[in-house]
Design a protein around this ligand. Sequence first.
Ligand SMILES: C[S@@+](CC[C@H](N)C(=O)[O-])C[C@H]1O[C@@H](n2cnc3c(N)ncnc32)[C@H](O)[C@@H]1O
Length: 238
Amino acid sequence: MNALYDDPDFLDGYRRLRRSGQAINEPLEIPAMNAALPPVAGARVVDLGCGEGGLAVRLAEAGAADVLAVDASEQMLAAATPHPRLRYQRADLANLDVPPASVDLVVSSMAVHYVEDFDDLVARIARWLVPGGVLVFTMEHPVMTAPVIAADYVVDDYADEGRRERTWFVEGVIKYHRTIGSIVASLHRHGLQVERLDEPVPTSTQVAANPALAIHRRRPPILLISARALELLTGNIG
Ligand SMILES: C[S@@+](CC[C@H](N)C(=O)[O-])C[C@H]1O[C@@H](n2cnc3c(N)ncnc32)[C@H](O)[C@@H]1O
């Protein structure tokens, strides 16, 4: 189980950042995710790495029939917002399982770069989704995770996938780098057809209002992908 978000020093730094107005979530990630989401009325949804439940609550409020929101962190879940159609579960994305063909929409905001075996996660998601179901996720952009030695806006070691260690509020934060090509290949290998790929960056108006965002025009901080489970072919051939 990833204990990072239960480390008091990390959590304090993360929460301060989220409340400071300087995080990328509010100006970039949340609008990009909202723009990519399909209609959710009546949908059965799973949110992977839900944190304090911001996205899960938005989906429940938008009319999703049932939202299962999963996170590894006891502290994040303890602060999560309740909703009558929303169930929170503490679990590790590395071995989470959900009944096959029981989900219309899987979402994940800024969590899958913490998962070591992305291909295995995609294989499980593909089993959970009904035919025609959708996966929409954001993650730290591969140009950010690439360097083995962390450096801001220098892309390095891009082809060497795997574990990366960063200092982010605390030392020893572990993330996993993979190339865009291999992310898309995993999705296609498991029958999820990419329909949208976005690299949200701030507009010049956003930068003028908040100059701290300027760096995110130099290299994209977020990758967003939406992919659909292939419909099963029905009927006789010939
Ligand atoms: C950057 S936060 C994003 C939280 C939320 N999705 C949001 O956008 O506000 C990443 C979340 O992923 C969770 N997480 C990281 N690795 C995980 C794992 N292996 N299993 C379950 N949750 C995990 C963390 O506990 C944390 O709450």
